[in-house]
Design a binder for this molecule. Structure first.
Ligand code: P6P
Length: 335
């Protein structure tokens, strides 16, 4: 494995493949620096008094953790001055954040979930930052309409997972690469090139407490997995559910699996649980770049034309053969 830093990787990608414009390289390095600051804040935990609730709700109506607010601020402050962005959007903010007039505007739009899975923070379970990069439409000021582009228009997507190690997982349209934070040097170092998700798997991730709310195709699929060697799959399966999308999807990218937060009777009115623009789309982009698949059960996630910034969608993603099976069950159920 070449021992190269994130900066060198991006420069070589830019020079050798002419794939990453300078402003996009700057954007990625700035986001990575903000993720390092978030990792440090998380690592201090109770010592720095950053655990617990911020005493406010976000636009989703969810209780904000102190670290949700801190992480959001880090990403806003890090990205405001660089001249590479037209605007930013966050799970934690109702409206897009315009670049202050004192700074130049750029051609990119940055979307992020600053601290996904933050309900796990107080019990020391891995959480993460998810981000997505779009181009700002020509002549647009970066208002909400500018962000409403299908996931296929992403030029970059990535996540940081704050676990036993802090990882940065990056997809730029030419595969998925993993960088590990060297805490002594304070820099991300390439530790896995061209990550490929195993086509087949014997592991699934779903919040099984919702079983009574599931639609028939999901119930059929999970029942078959639970039947194991006694059922139609003829194999035993294992279940994992961290309740932190970044941790669950990273496990699946690393050793295969299927992640499901499907439409169910509880979430049908909102269209699903997870957010399209800064959770489903970036993760779907990364999973597809790693050779996996990502659908709502009825449509490819990246093809969805968004109607509003905080839109929610059903999510089924991971090892291609399993995702295609679940999607087929939805088609058969509708027939
Ligand atoms: P539940 C975290 O709040 C999150 O948005 C995802 O990271 C995670 O996969 C999901 O919600 C967990 O939802 O219903 O199991 O708490």
């Amino acid at each position: 494995m070449r021992s190269i830093s994130l900066s060198r990787f991006l420069i070589e990608e830019q020079r050798d493949k002419n794939q990453i414009p300078a402003d996009l390289r700057l954007l990625i390095e700035v986001v990575a620096r903000a993720c390092k600051a978030i990792a440090i804040a998380i690592g201090k935990g109770g010592i720095a008094g950053v655990l617990g609730s911020a005493g406010s709700d976000n636009v989703q109506g969810e209780v904000q953790k102190k670290l949700d607010v801190i992480s959001n601020e880090y990403l806003l402050e890090a990205n405001e001055w660089g001249g590479h962005l037209a605007a930013m959007a966050s799970e934690e903010m109702e409206l897009p954040h315009a670049i202050p007039n004192r700074y130049p505007k750029g051609e990119y739009l940055l979307l992020f979930d600053p601290l996904d899975g933050s309900s796990n923070i107080d019990v020391n379970i891995s959480v993460g930052t998810i981000f997505s990069v779009l181009r700002c439409p020509e002549g647009s000021s970066g208002d909400e309409a500018a962000f409403l582009q299908p996931g296929t228009r992403q030029v970059c997507a990535g996540y940081a997972v704050y676990g036993p190690t802090t990882l940065l997982v990056l997809a730029l349209g030419d595969g998925v690469n993993v960088f590990t934070l060297n805490r002594e040097l304070g820099s991300f170092v390439l530790t896995q090139e061209n990550l490929r998700i195993p086509e087949e798997t014997r592991e699934f991730a779903i919040n099984a407490s919702n079983i009574r709310h599931w639609e028939a195709p999901v119930r059929r699929y999970v029942d078959e997995l639970l039947a194991g060697t006694t059922g139609p799959r003829g194999e035993d399966f294992n279940m994992r559910w961290v309740a932190s999308m970044v941790a669950d999807v990273h496990r699946i990218l690393s050793r295969g699996g299927i992640f499901m937060y499907p439409l169910d009777a509880k979430t049908v009115d909102q269209g699903g649980k997870l957010r399209l623009m800064y959770e489903a789309n970036p993760m779907a982009y990364i999973v597809e770049q790693a050779g996996g698949a990502a659908t709502t059960g009825r449509a490819r996630i990246l093809d969805i034309q968004p109607t509003h910034l905080h839109q929610r969608v059903p999510v089924i993603m991971g090892s291609k053969s399993e995702v295609l099976r679940v999607t087929r069950y939805h088609t058969e159920s509708a027939a």
